[in-house]
Design a protein around this ligand. Structure first.
Ligand SMILES: Nc1nc2c(ncn2[C@@H]2O[C@H](COP(=O)(O)OP(=O)(O)O)[C@@H](O)[C@H]2O)c(=O)[nH]1
Ligand SMILES: Nc1ncnc2c1ncn2[C@@H]1O[C@H](COP(=O)(O)OP(=O)(O)O)[C@@H](O)[C@H]1O
Length: 187
């Protein structure tokens, strides 16, 4: 069986990665499996353990790092986030195209370890629009919003390292572009 693709969706917090992903992740033609990350962040209302994330405490996360269980990990605004390696390998071996939705430091680790990964960076139409989206979502206190915005400015500088750049003006349009990119690489 042909090994599945590794697709990495990245870009600043609040740009709309989660919104875009919902538009294409269940398209049967794309044969995708979403990789559920491990995090030490608190669960938000509406999130489900094992679906959005595996929510763990810091000692458990640090143990997973020591045991080499993570394909990549990063500390993002005070919390750890990481991709369990075993699951990614198992799904790819089964022929599934595995989709990661991760921040840019982690994506750089994936680029080094898996140069064939299909890396896609989502950019906002403008930084003002990005700020509106993070605030509009209302999930983080002001101090965290500020930290995420200043981080976003630095993250945008890494855009040229990605194989594809997609602007999220409209989530449905961005999802169609990404679907097309994936389909082309499945041929
Ligand atoms: N490196 C890495 N980043 C992750 C992982 N899972 C999620 N992230 C990223 O961590 C950042 C913060 O995620 P989260 O707190 O859920 O906020 P949101 O994505 O802005 O809603 C986002 O940029 C996610 O893409 C992971 O496994 N590894
Ligand atoms: N193209 C868009 N135009 C306007 N608002 C958007 C667009 N895409 C996403 N949003 C909104 O922006 C906020 C952040 O989106 P989200 O998908 O949570 O971002 P991320 O997963 O990258 O952090 C959400 O409130 C979402 O509804």
């Amino acid at each position: 069986m042909k090994k599945g693709l590794l697709i990495v969706l990245s870009g600043p917090s609040g740009v709309g990665k989660g919104t875009i992903l919902k538009e294409f992740v269940n398209d049967p033609e794309l044969n995708l499996a979403y990789s559920v990350s491990m995090t030490t962040r608190k669960m938000r209302p509406g999130e489900v353990e094992g679906v959005n994330y595996n929510f763990v405490d810091r000692p458990a996360f640090e143990q997973a790092i020591r045991d080499g269980e993570l394909l990549e990990y990063a500390e993002f605004v005070g919390n750890y986030y990481g991709t369990p390696l075993k699951n990614v390998e198992k799904l790819r071996a089964e022929g599934k195209n595995v989709l990661l939705e991760i921040e840019v430091q982690g994506c750089q680790q994936v680029m080094e370890k898996c140069p064939d990964a299909l890396t896609i960076f989502i950019i906002p139409p403008s930084m003002e629009e990005l700020e509106k989206r993070i605030r509009g979502r209302g999930t983080e206190p002001e101090e965290i919003v500020q930290q995420r915005l200043s981080k976003a400015n630095r993250e945008m500088e890494l855009v040229d390292q990605y194989k594809f750049i997609v602007c999220n003006e409209d989530p449905k349009l961005a999802a169609s572009i990404i679907s097309l990119i994936i389909k082309r690489h499945m041929e």
